[in-house]
Design a protein around this ligand. Structure first.
Ligand SMILES: Nc1ncnc2c1ncn2[C@@H]1O[C@H](COP(=O)(O)OP(=O)(O)O)[C@@H](O)[C@H]1O
Ligand SMILES: N[C@@H](CCOP(=O)(O)O)C(=O)O
Length: 293
C-alpha cells in the first residue's frame, strides 16, 4: 500500500487555528505485510534517531488498526519524508493523517475523508493543518464537540507557493506558549475581520486584496520575534511581488503566495538574500491525502 500526504500552511496570517491550505510537497509511505516489524526512513529527519523510530506514526497506526480489526499484525514501513520537520509546514499533521489513512486501508475498512479528519482531531486539537492535509485546497475549519466542520475551495494552478524554510526549528507546542492567554478587543477585531475577509477573497478568487487581508495581530509578530530575520523575509517577499506573505503555522517557515509568472523572481530574491535558508517553489495541492492499496 502507498500513502501520500501533503504539507500544509496553517493560519495564513489572521486565520489562527482556522484557515489553512495544502502545498505539493508530499511525504510518501509504503506499507507491506511482514513477519516482523521493520522500518526504513529516507529524506527529512532520517539522520535523527527519534524521527527514524516514528513513534507518532506507529502509535496512531497500531492503535487504530487494533480498534478496527481487533488484531495486532506486523508490517514493513518505508517512510519517504519531504516535509521539513518542526518548521510550520504541518509535518505532525501529515504523519497523523497518513497513519490513520493507512490503518483504515490495511484493516480493509471502508471510510471517507470526513472520518479520517474527525479521527485526526483526537491527535491534533486545532483543525487548520489536518483539514487541508486530508482534503487538499484552501480550507476554513472549526471544531464543534469532537467534529471538524470545514469548507474547501480548490486553488488555481496559476498560483504557486514560495516557501522559505529556516535552518532552525520552532516547535508548535513551544510557539503556542509565547502567545498571551487574553487578547485586547482591538487586536481580536483586527484579526477576526481579516480572517473573514480573507475567506471571502479565497472563495471569490480575489487574490490582489490578500495583502491587506493577510495582516494579523494575534500571533505572527509575537512568534517572529523568536527569529527576527523573518521580518526581513516577509519584507523581501512583498517587495518582490508576493500576493501575501505569512508565517506558516507556528513557524519557522515563511509562506508566500505568488503568481506562477513571478515565482522565479521572488524565489531568486529570497534565496540570494537568505542563502542560509532553503527556498522551495511549490505548486498548490487540491488532492489532500491519497492512498493506493
Ligand atoms: N516524518 C516524521 N517522522 C516522524 N515524526 C515526525 C515526522 N514529522 C513530524 N514528526 C513529529 O512531529 C513533531 C513536529 O511537530 P510540530 O512541532 O507540530 O511541527 P510541524 O510544524 O512541522 O507540524 C516532531 O518533533 C516529531 O515528533
Ligand atoms: N494554528 C496552529 C498551527 C500550527 O501549525 P504547524 O505547522 O506549526 O504545526 C498554531 O498556530 O499553533
Amino acid at each position: 500500500m502507498f500513502v501520500s500526504v501533503p504539507a500544509t500552511s496553517a493560519n495564513l496570517g489572521p486565520g489562527f487555528d482556522t484557515l489553512g491550505l495544502a502545498v505539493d510537497l508530499r511525504n510518501e509511505i509504503i506499507i507491506k505485510p511482514s513477519k516482523f516489524l521493520s522500518i526504513s526512513t529516507h529524506g527529512e529527519g532520517s539522520d535523527n534517531p527519534k524521527i527514524k523510530k516514528n513513534t507518532l506514526f506507529l502509535s496512531i497506526f497500531n492503535e487504530n488498526y487494533k480498534r478496527l480489526t481487533g488484531r495486532t499484525d506486523n508490517f514493513r514501513f518505508e517512510f519517504h519524508n519531504r516535509i521539513p520537520i518542526s518548521r510550520g509546514l504541518g509535518s505532525s499533521s501529515a504523519v497523523i493523517v497518513a497513519a490513520l489513512s493507512a490503518a483504515y486501508t490495511t484493516a480493509g475498512v471502508r471510510y471517507n475523508k470526513r472520518e479520517i479528519l474527525n479521527q485526526a482531531l483526537r491527535y491534533e486539537h486545532h483543525p487548520d493543518n489536518i483539514t487541508p492535509a486530508v482534503m487538499g485546497g484552501f480550507n476554513v475549519a472549526c471544531v464543534e464537540g469532537d467534529r471538524v466542520y470545514s469548507k474547501k475551495r480548490r486553488l488555481p494552478d496559476y498560483l504557486n507557493a514560495v516557501v522559505v524554510v529556516p535552518n532552525r526549528t520552532i516547535s508548535t507546542a513551544k510557539s503556542r506558549t509565547v502567545l498571551p492567554k487574553m487578547y485586547r478587543k482591538e487586536e481580536t477585531v483586527y484579526s477576526l475581520s481579516r480572517a473573514a475577509y480573507m475567506t471571502a477573497l479565497f472563495m471569490s478568487e480575489s487574490w490582489d486584496l490578500l495583502r491587506i487581508a493577510s495582516k494579523d495581530k494575534l500571533h505572527q509578530a509575537r512568534r517572529m520575534k523568536m527569529m527576527p530575520e523573518l521580518f526581513e523575509v516577509q519584507k523581501t517577499a512583498l517587495k518582490h511581488g508576493a500576493v501575501m506573505s505569512t508565517l506558516s503555522g507556528s513557524g519557522s517557515t515563511f509562506f508566500n503566495l505568488v503568481y506562477e509568472k513571478d515565482a522565479q523572481k521572488i524565489h531568486s530574491a529570497l534565496q540570494s538574500r537568505f542563502p542560509q535558508f532553503r527556498v522551495f517553489t511549490l505548486a498548490l495541492d487540491n488532492n489532500g491525502v491519497m492512498v493506493k492499496s
